[in-house]
Structure formats: structure tokens, C-alpha cells
Design a protein around this ligand. Structure first.
Ligand SMILES: Cc1ncc(COP(=O)(O)O)c(C=O)c1O
Length: 966
């Protein structure tokens, strides 16, 4: 495709005929592709000229190895306009029938306070932010996450909680892995008989790789504990049936487990914990669960934030991310990620988990729900839920032929009605309520925050009863909570909407997200998440459907999912795609399990060696280890490409044990390596399978297909290529595509919900629908062009470390700062922090090569913004040279002292050898009167943060207000 052939405005008349063909920009085109792609035709031409190219076709010819190139176009439907796409999605949403969800099974009706829905979930200041690796520009979301951690710590009465996990089932599996690591004996994990079925399924999926045996008790849990050589016990409280054990009974379970040297994992319900004894008070070592019912829509199963908290002594084993308090350069309190930040990159196959992306946006919603309601509000909601459940229980047990199975419960009433289960569930559905059909004789009814009197009447009527009696029956097993929670003032300060709105605004104002400017993070693809893509997630039919609602009521979702899966299969060239994995890491795990199961089906169980290039993302090795495979690292050549000699040697030495290779394409070095097809062929010849990590698929989409040049399985990161926003570190979606022979081996349970993060799939579907095949290809080409433009312009100031085919980079480039550091002492950190003064989020630091910055502009940034970034980088280089020349001391210069806060710049005393203006308004930062088009100055709320101090003085809950006093 050439620039000249880029789509022209195709404004349709009501009759469907095309009415104009004037260039889009001139017309104010309705074509979405022209809104999505930043550079217009003229800007694209400037970029091409800088590279000495005349057409984008020439760029593609040069950059991408011919052997892998797709011939022809992807077979996708013609692009829709935003209006058309929204109409399509509205129609699909309307075909879902949420009714009142009273199914339970770990998902509960909730009310998202509108102030939180609009000002977090639907606010780009929150949803377009990146993972807070740069803490100076992330204080808002870090504070929200520390609220989340404090909320979990308080409610579970355990001292350290992480900043969210992917869902409840994976949280249990992670807790099992943690327990295994922290106990020295026993290979059995005993699970409560009343545990959520999806939790058992996910834990079993993980069990083999972890070398553990999962035993689900088929009688009293204490008997199962006595019978097994265990390392851990999982107790679901309240149980799936609703049954609630008293504190004494739970303590007995904990004592029995500890007596056998095991750890106790409590899978618990945050709402119930406002009324019942928390796990930390009856002896649990770990608490896990989902925070969904704290204001996060059901979303047909996800995304929701899982949680984990641990007793002290286990904090260094906590999976995922942990936010901690530290201090900045002025000694002021500030937040940042603590301890194991990016630990999979450091520990790789020895990492405690493979979690990278988590569920930050949803954790923020849950934390703000608790902040808005406060401890009294939460307790009031919980009391109402419990009261409605006991009212229902009293009424149902008064009916003939109906028994309530448990006297002690919080919100879920399990009922025996012999032979009538199906009829009752169908009758309730007729009346607008979804109940849980357990079997012909049993029905489960879970009361939620959103349950109304009409719903209760409908349930009663479905059982053949009449009006509500007003009686109550049932109790909390004498386990009433006596301890306080959410005592920090933040949880009692924002109960009116004005205050909440301002709190949310104040937090998001501290942060730098895509709504402020470019986030050129290599490997992360921070591109436009269009409003039209985001809108549908709030449609009632998408937001409020329970994941276990009957298929008849989920027709819109089922069509959306099969459509998206088929589009992704077409895009990747694979036979089948599954959208279940809810992050890239989970896709990797699922794909590797498929490979392993395939080998096993052929009697090749010994094929367990997975080759992974040294440049691979850390989750690759961590996922392989989790799948029970042995990781062998393949060396890189000095130019960054895979060492073919080392690869050949390792294939030879492991021919009979070879499970396969995991390779990222284009590589994490940002280059299209030649010879990828040959590498795939060599591995296949040795009986191995090829896993292509598709995190960088945005550099191939429309130009090549993994499934056609040698891949057997790949995951995609929909939150990169397909526009799901990063949400400050999640949600993610990591679907896998597999070749025909692997289809039977796609694992069924890698996430809790059948379709993972179903609630956000409409975003990617909207993107594909609005771009069409040609638009998607154009986006890929533009992303590659913009990266090469940056490489060309910055190359003389910072060497570009690796190039690939045709001497070009792919969609990102690595700038090598090591020579600069050697010459001037200025580090990657200094440059990254100085970029904040210039109004930018730093590129990716020291990944995949220490001492470098990896830059990815994406197709969405226009030339003005790309040039602004380049100019800032050049100006910083000049500043570094002044340090190198001795003009500024090494420990007192604008780079070393960056970022500069307003307080520092406005201080009465200024002793630095550069001016205040140079500090805060360096070259290119607008400082005149308000001018249209000029970017406002971004003021970082804190100075450079001392990470080491924070790790030495670990504080992972909200610091007391006094900590913030002057
Ligand atoms: C190359 C690569 N592989 C895998 C992953 C893991 O994806 P996720 O963060 O969704 O788990 C990433 C994420 O940054 C990546 O860049």
C-alpha cells in the first residue's frame, strides 16, 4: 500500500452511495482509520522523505523479510464508521438479557456508584495510564492502589496485600504456589468441598507444572486434612453453597493444618468480611478472593481484580505487584512499586509467578467503592444483603416441599426442592431473575447489593409462594466481626459526591496518561483507545450479565466472542483462537500447556525442554516453568539476533527432549529478524513446536501471519495491538491462536470465567470493525514508519542498538545510552526523569537491555507529537554533554535533579548552577500565555523517588496523615 492509495474519505449518503473522494483530512472524514492514525498524508510523506523513501510500500519491502509476507489482504468485513459500529454493538448488547443476577458462584450483583463509573472506569485519565513503573508521574494511581491494599489488609486482617491479581481462581492457584514454596514438605493441596468449581478447575490446570496433587475433600475438611501429607489447605468462606462456618470451626481447621506443617489459604468474600471474623483472626496465612462485588460490573465474568493478602513473613513471596510508600528527593512521602517490581525479568523461570499485567483499573474501582461508602456504608450494605437473604430463607422454608440447607450463611441460600430445580429456575427466569441450578433437587440463590423487593417477590413466586412475610431465618454462625476496619481517614473523608469527585480528579491530575501526551513505551504499545471503542463496555447488556447466565440470555456475547475469535484467527493465520486467557502471561501458559498436551498425546511426555532466547520477555520463562517445562536459554548475537549456532547446538543436544521454542516476533529487540521461517523449520524438524509470542503483533498485523510462517501457537496482547487500554496496569486480554493440530489441546480452565475478560472484548471488536483489513494494515505500516523516523532522527544523538532486515527497525527502537553514561555519568534514570520536566512519559527503561531506552511511538501519535519527543531527547542529550564537559557538576545538574516539582522551583532559595526556567521550562515546554495547540506544562507532584529506602522500610498500606505533614 502506498501513501497515495491511503483511504480517501468515503462519506456515505443515506442511500449508501459514496458521495465524495476528496482527501480525508480536507473533508473532516468520518472514516475511523483517519481518526485513529495520527500522521496525515503530508506528515507521512515527511517521515518517508526523512528515511529516503518515497512510498510506504517501499518501507514494507525493505523492513519486512519477503519470505514471511502475506500475499493479499486479510479477509475481514469492510470498515464501519463509528456510528455503524456502535449500532452493531448496541444491538449485540441488547441481545444479552442480564435480568437480576442471583446465581452467585463468586460473582454478585453490585451497584457501581455513577461518580466512580464515569470518573474512573470511563475516564481516560485513569484508563489510558500505564503501569506505574515511573512513580513520579503515577502518584494518583499508586495512592488508589495503596487504598486497595489497605482495604484488603483491613478486611482480611492480614498485614500485607498486593495491588491485585487476575481473578479469584488464579489467586488461589498463586496462593497454592506460594504455600508450596514456603513449606518444605508435602505435595498435596487439600481443598474444601464447598469451593468454587472454577477455582478447582484452574488450580488443577496449574497443578501439574507445580508438581502438586489437588485433593478436593469429599467429606468434612478436618478428615481430609488428617488423611493427607499436605502443604496447604484452601477453605472457601462462605462456601459456594452459602454455608458459613463459625470462627471456632475455622480456627480448628487452621490449627489442624498448621499442626501438619501446612499453610491455610482462605478464599473469602470482602462483603461478608465486613460482618464476619476475618481470616487473619482465625489463623489463616493467606487470604484470596475477588473484589468484583465492590462496585465492579459483572462483565460476563471479567475483568475483575483478584486479591491476596498474607501474614508477615510471606510478603517476599507475594505474587504480582505491591505498592509501597517511600520518600522523594526532598524527603517527602511518595509511593512506588516495591520489592518485586518486574521480578519476572530478573528471576525469570525462578520468578514467584508469571504475572505482569494485573487488574489495576478494576482494583481502583473497588478501592474507590470502599472509599466512597466507608466502613459504615459497607457494613450497611452487607447488613441489607444478609437481611434480604434471611428474609428469603424464612419465606422459602415456610413453603411445602422446600428446605433451606444451611442455617448459617451470609448472602447465599441453598434450597432443596426435590425434583423441582429446573422448574423453579425457569420460573424465576420468567420473572426476571437468574438463579443457580445446582441439580434437579437443589437451587442456589445469592442476594446482591442490587437485589430489590420485587426480585425477592419474584424468587418466592418462582417457588410457588405468595407475598413476603417479613420474617427472618438464619444467622452468621456466631462469627460476628468485632474488629474495626478501614480506619484510615481516607475511608471516611469522601462520602459525598462532591468530595469523591474532587478526590478522583485530584488523583488523576497527579498522573501522566495518554490523555496528556505521548507515552513512548517500547514493548507496551500505548496507542489511542478510541472513545467509540470504550463506550460499549458500559451498555447494560455487556456490563451486567452474569458469566453463568444461560446461553439463551447471552446470545449477544456469544456472537461477539465468536466473531472476534474468527477475526483474530484470520489476522494471525491460525485455525482457532480462544479469548479465555485474561493477560498475555496467561496466554503463554495456556499455549505451552497445549504444546505439552500435544506431545503427551503422541507418547512424547519427555519433551519438556523449551528454548527461550535471552532477549525474551520475563513472563516467557516464568510461564514455561509454571507449565512444568525446563527452560534453556538461547544466546543472542552481538547484533541482538538469535545465535543460530547456539540454537543449532541446543536443538541437537536436546533433540529427544525438545518441547519447542518460544520466540517473540518481531523480537523484543524491536527488529524483524531474517530467518524466522528457518528457525521454525529447524525446531519442527527436531520434533518441537513453535510458540510465537505475539505481544508485538502490532508490527505484523495485515503484513504477515504467525500461523503461516511457522508458528504453532501464539498469544496476542489485545491491550497492545487491539486497543484495550492499559488501565494503569490492567485489564489485559491474552487470547491464544493455535494451528489445527493443537485445537484439541487448548486448555479449558486458565482463568476463572469461561471467556476471561469478556466485558472488554467489545473494545477490540469495535477497533477491528472500524478499521477493516486495509485500515489495520495501514496502522501497522504507520507504526513501523514512525519508529524508523525516530530511529533515523535520534540515531546520531543516541546510537540505535539493533536493526533488523533492511537495516531498519520494526515498530520500536532501542536507544543505547551506555556510551553516554560512560562519557558523562548521566544515566538512563536521569534521562527518563528529565523527560518528565519536558512533559513526557519515559520510554521503557533497561528492557530488554540494561542501560537502554526502548521507544515505541505507535501509529496514533502525529508528527508534531513525535517531533516534540525527538526535540526533547536531543535537548536532553545537549544537557548531558554539558555535564560531561564539566559545565555542571555531576551531582547538581538538571538531569540529576529531575524531575523538578513546582515546590522546588518556587522555593525561596535557589542554589543550583542552572536557572529555574531551565529546570521547569526547558526547550520546547510552552510557557507563554494560553495558546491553542500548545501543551500545558505538566508538574510532577513529587521529586525523584528513593526506591531503596522504600524497600528497606516496607510500608504497604496508607501512611498516617502525619506522614504528609511538612
Ligand atoms: C513480549 C511480551 N510477552 C509477554 C508479555 C506479557 O503480557 P501481559 O503483561 O499481558 O501478561 C509482554 C508484556 O509486556 C510482552 O511485552
Amino acid at each position: 500500500m502506498t501513501v497515495e492509495s491511503a483511504p480517501q474519505a468515503a462519506t456515505r449518503s443515506a442511500s449508501g452511495s459514496e458521495v465524495d473522494a476528496t482527501p480525508a483530512a480536507a473533508l473532516g472524514s468520518a472514516a475511523f482509520v483517519d481518526r485513529h492514525i495520527g500522521p496525515d498524508t503530508d506528515q507521512t510523506a515527511v517521515m518517508l522523505k526523512t528515511l529516503g523513501l518515497s512510498t510506504t510500500e517501499e518501507l514494507v519491502e525493505r523492513a519486512i523479510p519477503g519470505g514471511i509476507r502475506l500475499q493479499g489482504d486479510l479477509r475481514l468485513p469492510p470498515a464501519l464508521t463509528e456510528t455503524e459500529a456502535l449500532a452493531w454493538l448496541r444491538d449485540l448488547a441488547a441481545r444479552n438479557k442480564p435480568r437480576r443476577a442471583m446465581i452467585g458462584l463468586g460473582y454478585h450483583g453490585t451497584v457501581t456508584p455513577p461518580v466512580i463509573r464515569r470518573n474512573v472506569l470511563e475516564d481516560p485519565a485513569w484508563y489510558t495510564a500505564y503501569t506505574p513503573y515511573q512513580p513520579e508521574i503515577s502518584q494518583g494511581r499508586l495512592e488508589a492502589l495503596i487504598n486497595f491494599q489497605t482495604m484488603i489488609e483491613d478486611l482480611t486482617a492480614l498485614p500485607i496485600a498486593g495491588a491485585s491479581l487476575l481473578d479469584e481462581a488464579t489467586a488461589v492457584a498463586e496462593a497454592a504456589a506460594l504455600a508450596r514454596r514456603n513449606t518444605k514438605h508435602g505435595s498435596v493441596l487439600v481443598m474444601d468441598a464447598d469451593i468454587l468449581p472454577q477455582t478447582v478447575a484452574v488450580t488443577r490446570t496449574r497443578a501439574e507444572g507445580l508438581g502438586i496433587e489437588v485433593v478436593v475433600a469429599d467429606g468434612p475438611l478436618l478428615d481430609a486434612i488428617a488423611d493427607h501429607d499436605l502443604f496447604g489447605v484452601v477453605v472457601q468462606t462462605p462456601g459456594t453453597s452459602g454455608a458459613l462456618l463459625g470462627t471456632a470451626a475455622l480456627r480448628e481447621i487452621a490449627d489442624a493444618t498448621h499442626a501438619k506443617g501446612g499453610l491455610v489459604i482462605a478464599a473469602c468474600d470482602l462483603m461478608a468480611l465486613t460482618l464476619t471474623t476475618p481470616p487473619g483472626e482465625w489463623g489463616a496465612d493467606v487470604a484470596v478472593g475477588s473484589s468484583q462485588r465492590f462496585g465492579v460490573p459483572l462483565f460476563y465474568g471479567g475483568p475483575h481484580a483478584g486479591f491476596m493478602s498474607v501474614r508477615s513473613g510471606l510478603e517476599r513471596s507475594l505474587p504480582g505487584r505491591l505498592v509501597g510508600a517511600s520518600v522523594d528527593s526532598q524527603g517527602a512521602p511518595a509511593f512506588r512499586l516495591a520489592l518485586q517490581t518486574r521480578e519476572q525479568h530478573i528471576r525469570r523461570e525462578k520468578a514467584t509467578s508469571n504475572i505482569c499485567t494485573a487488574q489495576v483499573l478494576l482494583a481502583v474501582v473497588a478501592a474507590m467503592y470502599a472509599t466512597y461508602h466507608g466502613p459504615y456504608g459497607l457494613r450497611a450494605i452487607a447488613r441489607r444483603i444478609h437481611g434480604d437473604a434471611t428474609a428469603l430463607a424464612a419465606d422459602l422454608r415456610s413453603l411445602d416441599g422446600v428446605e433451606v440447607d444451611h442455617q448459617s450463611f451470609f448472602d447465599t441460600v441453598q434450597v432443596t426442592a426435590p425434583g423441582r430445580g429446573r422448574t423453579i429456575v425457569a420460573a424465576a427466569r420468567e420473572r426476571g431473575v437468574h438463579l443457580r441450578l445446582i441439580d434437579d433437587d437443589h437451587v442456589g440463590i445469592a442476594v446482591g447489593e442490587d437485589t430489590t423487593g420485587d426480585d425477592l417477590r419474584a424468587v418466592r413466586a418462582a417457588f410457588g409462594g405468595g407475598e413476603l412475610s417479613g420474617e427472618h431465618w438464619g444467622d452468621l454462625a456466631g462469627s460476628e466481626r468485632s474488629s474495626d476496619f478501614l480506619t484510615h481517614p481516607v475511608f471516611t473523608s469522601h462520602h459525598n459526591e462532591t468530595s469523591m469527585l474532587r478526590y478522583l480528579r485530584a488523583l488523576s491530575d497527579r498522573d501522566y496518561a495518554l490523555d496528556r501526551g505521548m507515552i513512548p513505551l517500547g514493548s507496551c504499545t500505548m496507542k489511542l483507545n478510541a472513545t467509540a471503542e470504550m463506550e460499549p463496555i458500559s451498555y447494560d447488556g455487556f456490563a451486567n450479565l452474569h458469566p453463568f447466565a444461560p446461553d439463551d440470555d447471552a446470545q449477544g456475547y456469544l456472537e461477539l466472542i465468536s466473531t472476534l475469535e474468527s477475526w483474530l484467527a484470520e489476522a494471525t493465520g491460525y485455525a482457532k483462537v480462544s479469548v479465555q486467557p485474561n493477560a498475555g502471561s496467561q496466554g503463554e501458559f495456556a499455549g505451552l500447556l497445549a504444546i505439552h498436551a500435544y506431545h503427551r498425546s503422541r507418547g512424547d511426555d519427555q519433551r519438556r525442554v523449551m528454548l527461550i532466547p535471552s532477549s525474551a520477555h520475563g513472563t516467557n520463562a516464568a510461564s514455561a516453568a509454571m507449565a512444568g517445562l525446563k527452560v534453556l536459554v538461547v544466546k543472542a548475537n552481538p547484533d541482538g539476533s538469535i545465535s543460530r549456532d547456539d540454537l543449532a547446538a541446543k536443538i541437537d543436544a536436546n533433540r529427544d527432549q525438545l518441547a519447542g521454542i518460544m520466540i517473540t516476533y518481531p523480537s523484543t529487540h524491536g527488529a524483524y529478524e531474517d530467518g524466522i521461517s528457518q528457525i521454525c523449520a529447524d525446531v519442527h524438524d527436531a520434533g518441537g513446536q513453535v510458540y510465537i509470542d505475539g505481544a508485538n503483533f502490532n508490527a505484523l498485523l495485515g503484513l504477515a501471519q504467525y500461523g503461516r510462517f511457522g508458528g504453532d501457537v501464539s498469544h496476542l496482547n489485545l491491550h497492545k495491538t487491539f486497543c484495550i487500554p492499559h488501565g494503569g496496569g490492567g485489564p489485559g486480554v491474552g487470547p491464544i491462536g493455535v494451528a489445527e493440530h493443537l485445537v484439541p489441546f487448548i486448555p479449558k480452565s486458565v482463568s476463572a470465567a469461561p471467556y476471561g475478560s469478556a466485558g472488554i472484548l467489545a473494545i477490540s471488536a469495535a477497533y477491528i470493525a472500524m478499521m477493516g483489513a486495509e485500515g489495520l494494515t495501514r496502522a501497522t505500516v504507520q507504526a513501523v514508519l514512525s519508529a524508523n523516523y525516530i530511529a533515523a532522527r535520534l540515531g546520531e544523538h543516541y546510537p540505535v542498538l539493533y536493526t533488523g532486515h533492511g537495516g531498519l527497525v520494526a515498530h520500536e527502537c532501542i536507544l543505547d545510552l551506555r556510551p553516554l553514561t560512560r562519557q558523562t555519568g548521566v544515566t538512563v534514570d536521569d534521562v527518563a526523569k528529565r523527560l518528565i520536566d519536558y512533559g513526557f512519559h519515559a520510554p521503557t527503561m533497561s528492557f530488554p537491555v540494561a542501560g537502554t531506552l526502548m521507544v515505541e511511538p505507535t501509529e496514533s501519535e502525529d508528527l508534531d507529537e513525535v517531533d516534540r519527543f525527538i526535540d526533547a531527547m536531543i535537548a536532553i542529550r545537549q544537557e548531558a554533554d554539558r555535564v560531561g564537559a564539566g559545565e555542571w557538576p555531576a551531582d547538581d545538574n538538571p538531569l540529576h535533579n529531575a524531575p523538578h516539582t513546582a515546590a522546588v522551583v518556587m522555593a525561596d532559595e535557589w542554589t543550583h548552577p542552572y536557572s529555574r526556567t531551565a529546570a521547569a521550562y526547558p526547550f520546547g515546554v510552552h510557557r507563554g500565555p494560553i495558546a491553542s495547540g500548545a501543551q500545558d506544562k505538566y508538574w510532577p507532584p513529587v521529586g525523584r523517588i528513593d526506591g531503596v529506602y522504600g524497600d528497606r522500610n516496607l510500608v504497604c498500606s496508607c501512611p498516617p496523615p502525619e506522614a504528609f505533614e511538612d
